[in-house]
Design a protein around this ligand. Structure first.
Ligand code: ZN
Length: 277
């Protein structure tokens, strides 16, 4: 059974910023100018005048209330991930991760970032001493279990020896049967903000440390190829980063709506209790 998808106001964050930047700078004047806009928006929203559309920023109600979502920007600190011409994976995925977290929180989700600054995640690891890299990856898996995350999304950037290879690709977690659905929905949304899709878009993350160990629905998103000049241009573009974050957020929101359940935060009965969409 499918739940109804949440309704959104289709005003992009960039558009909101443009409106605000075009207003008078001084305090009183600015508010005088903003007030009619806010009243108009409130009226239009209450009258249901906004279409259900992509580019969504804000739900009509907290569509993700009760969901505990782990956002995991890959790499960090000493581990830069892949890089080209001074552009580093760890910086891109942190930026997109923070934007994604903001979007999810605005929809009522409780968001847990494995990192929110330029550091690795070894501090989340508990257990016998291992190499830094193993502790970093183990920390991401343990963190997700410790905060009782209902689902997890890891963010990465891809690289290839072929500069023509482009587009998003996603590895889904192999321990939870709903991971593939989560990956498909994110891919559908993310594919819309790319001009071209990757040929090998969705894979089971069998050989990958985090996707093969996380118990809840999980997707590892490769945003684009840093080795492709066209994708690299996208990855450096602030607007693309917003659009990518919003697309991933919409995919998550659709997944959660399809699951159709909500228990109070922290009382998630576990992955076996999820209802198939
Ligand atoms: Zn990576």
């Amino acid at each position: 059974m499918q739940s109804r998808a949440p309704a959104y106001i289709s005003l992009g964050e960039a558009e909101v910023r443009i409106i605000l930047l075009s207003l008078p700078r001084s305090g009183a004047k600015r508010w005088l100018a903003v007030a009619p806009i806010l009243l108009g928006l409130a009226f239009a929203a209450s009258a249901g005048l906004f279409p259900l559309a992509r580019g969504a920023l804000r739900p009509a109600a907290g569509a993700l209330a009760g969901w505990r979502i782990v956002v995991d920007p890959g790499h960090g600190g000493i581990d830069g991930g892949t890089n080209r011409q001074g552009l580093m994976e760890k910086d891109i995925v942190l930026d997109v991760g923070l934007k994604l977290a903001q979007f999810l929180r605005m929809q009522g989700a409780q968001v847990f970032l494995t990192r929110d600054c330029d550091m690795d995640v070894t501090q989340h690891y508990q257990g016998p001493a291992r190499g830094r890299h193993s502790q970093d990856l183990g920390g991401r898996v343990q963190f997700t279990a410790r905060v009782k995350g209902d689902l997890m999304v890891s963010l990465h950037v891809n690289s290839s020896s072929d500069p023509a290879t482009r587009g998003p690709s996603i590895y889904y977690g192999t321990r939870n049967p709903h991971s593939r659905r989560l990956a498909e929905l994110i891919y559908e949304e993310l594919g819309e903000v790319h001009t071209r899709r990757s040929r090998f878009a969705i894979w089971p993350g069998r050989g990958l440390y985090v996707p093969s160990r996380v118990e809840v629905p999980m997707a590892l998103v490769e945003l684009a190829y840093i080795s492709s000049p066209a994708d690299r241009q996208l990855l450096t573009d602030e607007n693309f980063r917003y659009q990518a974050a919003l697309a991933i957020g919409r995919g998550i929101a659709r997944f959660c709506a399809g699951m159709g359940r909500r228990t109070p935060a922290g009382t998630n009965p576990g992955p076996t209790a999820f209802r198939s969409s």
